[in-house]
Design a protein around this ligand. Sequence first.
Ligand code: GLY
Length: 422
Amino acid sequence: MKLLILGAGGREHALVWKCAQSRTVQKLYCAPGSEAISAHAECVAIDPADPMAVTGFCVEKGIDLVIVGPARPLASGVADYLRKAGVRVFGPGQAAARLESSKAFAKQFLVRHCIPTARGHIYRTANEAVAALDKMKAPIVIKADGLAGGKGVCVCPDRAEAAETIEDFMRMKTLQSAGDTVVIEEYLEGRELTAMALCDGKNFKLLPYARDHRHLLDGDKGPDTDGMGAYAPVDLDADAGSAIQDIFSATLAGMHKDGLDFRGLLYIGLMLTASGPKVLEYNSRFGDPEAQAVLPLLDCDLVALALACAEGRLAPAEIKLHTGACVCVVMASENYPRAPMIGRPVTGIEDISRSSDILVFHAGTGRKDGRWATTGGRVLGITARGPDLAAARRWAYEHVARICFDGMLFRRDIANEALTPR
Ligand code: GLY
């Protein structure tokens, strides 16, 4: 098979690493990929969110399957163009990808199909949105409708900050058109959980639950980021597990009713509240860095599963897992997430002897004068798989200690909460 993976970050490095192990893959491409990814795949300089360019490449090369990493190509309709050209795709079309690309669409979908979620309303003018704050109890959650690169959700501790966020999003246009419409919703108390499932339009298969660490600093302090680390699996009681199964079933049934065909990875961000799991968000792709913690746990061929999803025949497939747990610690650049300092030499990567248990996923690196250097906010995801969570965590941090770049930032408490009795 000839396989193309779209994207360039840490999640795509993990996808490329996993897919390169498939015996069915004869040629692996990644667009645009990265220097680290080029160790496993031929990188092609194509904008992954340009449907015509991606489709043209696939037709010319006879690509058998495309796996879409990030959200933007899905929102721009890449999967629709590819399907029209007869190319199989793991990733939903533009209409189903609106579950992620429009928070207003997702909220209406959840309410329409009676899926548990936070109470919330949609506002299309700043005046209406600010007026609605009078009826809300703090903290207040403001969500920009469109894709905002991880900057579109704000948990505001009081009314003043909520009004300021609305001003920024809707009047100052700090997120461009992504903030023209907002969803304002109640804050849910509990612990967050990432549930991801492979979907073929009708059936779904859950992957191990994961937990992301979104805040920059230890103890969930500091600004929100795209994710500073993740671990998997997360153990849940049977009631929560069955409620999550029900949420996936209701989501797929709802999409079917609405005429939406979701073939790809459905990510449901949940809050585990005292009254059961509730949906915080949908994403139409693997989480980053959750993928880096979950993919090493799969003891099966991801390409075969992705192809089964693309062809609508996932039902008989079996997802085999390795025993144990996996921890990914993200190392980020100075000043991340505001204005990351880039171009800093990174040492220690070559000293880590890679194995199936110790993995270095590159999110923002490139080669400069023959050495690795930082090119983005998130730089590396140092990942370890161990016989249990404590071992995986210990190994991940032993390898983090070998990496060095000026101003590097990383959390020292990834997975701690699961190892510390509450
Ligand atoms: N880690 C959160 C996300 O991928 O959206």
